[in-house]
Design a protein around this ligand. Structure first.
Ligand code: FES
Length: 530
């Protein structure tokens, strides 16, 4: 990007304009549209409409110098440079008339101005979740020489206090999109852009039309014990005030990670999201740096405050007793085959029996979770006439794998937490067992060559075609977790079934909306007088 003056003369240009009213000139590799209005003023602007690039010289210019692009009716005020209808800004150029020559100044604004303009325009498109325009503005940011990751940093700041219940998968999937961008785009600029636009747009979607849900600005003297207590009590104001003080003292994410991991695993909660999110926030900070430590940490804290407590519902009431019974002496070997088909209580009991060998239990549980996912009964996904308690989707299974990945990572760091991690994996496993089809023939889903499989599936994510962010982000999150487990244990006995499960998930139909199911379940609820 050069700030050199770029002055171009169009000899006799005014003559032509006086005859035709408009013309296109090609100068310095650009197409410039020139217009002459009834008052004798000459205007110059980019000929390519900033919307989809159609030629503005074909547009309609009215008495007020409003130029309408007739392809989609966007309107540009050539005097003020404003876009009156539409989105993106039209580039205009200063003009002087010298006799019958037209002199154009095509100099670029300073780089920093272009970067800030792109970010300002990204914000405008972000607020309205205009996907295409967000892509264009991020492309312009890159074109201006800006750091493309700045789009994500800004998006985090724009959204963290618009998430009523704390962080969502929009943040959690962001590091996986960035990894995909880095490792699988093969230098293709289009693929690289996907890896940025998807997480930014997901953040826009999750917060569209949401008001600000403010965090307290108070400070309270930080201590790990006080923060743990506030999280346990579900006291957001105290927790945030403590975190703010910790940040003021210069604490980084590493100083919060252990206590957050302990809090996340203190209960079987939020179907594993709390633990998954810790890891994802850590990874996103590695990408974006500490500029976004505060918003990410606060939104993570809020997600803990609002986490659901599954260990308090009857289905999982034996989780806590099992944890109390865990003595690290259970010496029975355990395999994935033994665990498949077990209920929650059976899985908890069986896992306790191998408490002396947490790593072995982890492998067995991961294998059994993969088996369940591979055998997910799609009739359950598609049902229209069962009760709400039978609503299950692919995501009920993918979370088992992403949670397992998070358990292995975090419990390897803090090994005394293996009992919680493994027993919570047992809860995941037992919960799924009613929704599998044991007779399913998986032949068509088996994966012969893991390397080719990962290569192809990661590549496919760049053009996933899913309209719902929640589906696309689970594709990338789950494939990333599965890839990590495969890389860590390429010869594990669960590898074939894990890849089979993943292959079936990525390539099976996903029912996007349960119109009839919701109607029937609503009628049922209403008939009960609720
Ligand atoms: S291309 Fe000009 S409005 Fe769409």
């Amino acid at each position: 990007m050069s700030n050199d003056k770029k002055i171009h003369r169009v000899p006799g240009g005014l003559n032509e304009l006086q005859m035709k009213g408009r013309k296109v000139v090609k100068l310095g590799g650009r197409q410039i549209a020139l217009f002459l209005n009834d008052m004798g003023t000459v205007y110059a602007c980019a000929n390519r409409c900033p919307h989809e690039g159609f030629p503005l010289v074909e547009g309609s210019l009215d008495q007020e110098c409003i130029l309408t692009c007739n392809w989609h009716n966007w309107k540009f005020d050539l005097d003020s440079g404003e876009t009156l209808v539409g989105g993106d800004t039209l580039r205009g150029y200063p003009v002087e008339v010298d006799g019958y020559d037209i002199v154009l100044d095509l100099s670029d604004p300073p780089q920093q101005v272009l970067i800030e303009n792109a970010l300002k325009n990204l914000r405008a498109s972000f607020d309205r979740h205009e996907y295409d325009r967000m892509a264009r503005e991020i492309a312009r940011l890159q074109q201006a020489g800006g750091d493309p990751l700045e789009a994500l940093r800004r998006a985090v700041w724009w959204t963290y206090d618009h998430m009523e219940f704390g962080m969502t998968h929009a943040y959690a999937a962001a590091p996986d999109w960035l990894n995909l961008r880095k490792h699988h785009s093969m230098g293709d600029a289009g693929l690289e852009l996907v890896g940025l636009v998807e997480p930014v747009a997901h953040m826009a979607w999750d917060t569209q039309r949401e008001p600000v849900y403010p965090y307290t600005n108070n400070f309270l003297a930080f201590s790990p014990e006080a923060l743990t207590e506030a999280l346990e009590a579900g006291d957001e104001a105290t927790a945030v005030a403590l975190v703010r003080d910790g940040l003021r003292q210069g604490l980084g994410f590493a100083e919060f990670e252990e206590l957050l991991t302990r809090s996340a695993l203190a209960h079987y909660q939020d179907f594993g999201h709390s633990l998954i999110y810790i890891r994802k926030v850590g990874q996103l900070l590695e990408w974006l740096g500490n500029d976004v430590l505060e918003p990410l940490l606060l939104s993570l804290i809020r997600s803990f405050i609002y986490a659901s407590r599954e260990d308090l519902i009857p289905e999982f009431r034996n989780y806590q007793p099992a944890l109390e019974e865990w003595d690290g002496q259970g010496a029975q070997t355990i395999t994935m085959e033994e665990l498949t088909g077990l209920t929650v209580n059976q899985a908890l009991k069986r896992t306790c029996q191998s408490s002396a060998h947490p790593q072995a239990a982890f492998h067995a549980l991961l294998g059994a979770l993969a088996w369940n996912m591979a055998h997910f009964d799609l009739d359950v996904q598609n049902h229209t006439n069962r009760s709400v308690s039978h609503n299950r989707s692919w995501l009920s299974f993918t979370h088992g794998l992403t949670f397992a990945n998070a358990v292995r990572r975090q419990c390897t760091k803090f090994p005394d937490l293996w009992p919680q991690g493994l027993l919570q994996l047992s809860c995941f496993l037992g919960r799924q067992s009613r929704y599998v089809d044991q007779q399913l023939d998986l032949t068509e889903w088996s994966v012969e060559n893991p390397e080719s499989f990962f290569l192809e599936e990661f590549s496919c994510l760049f053009d996933h075609g899913q309209s719902e962010y929640i589906v696309a982000c689970h594709f990338v999150k789950t494939l990333t977790s599965v890839n990590e487990e495969f890389r860590a244990f390429p010869d594990a006995p669960w590898v074939p079934i894990l890849l089979t499960a993943m292959n079936r998930f990525l390539n099976s139909p996903i029912k996007g909306k349960h119109v009839l199911r919701i109607a029937r379940q609503s009628l049922s609820m209403a008939s009960m007088g609720d």
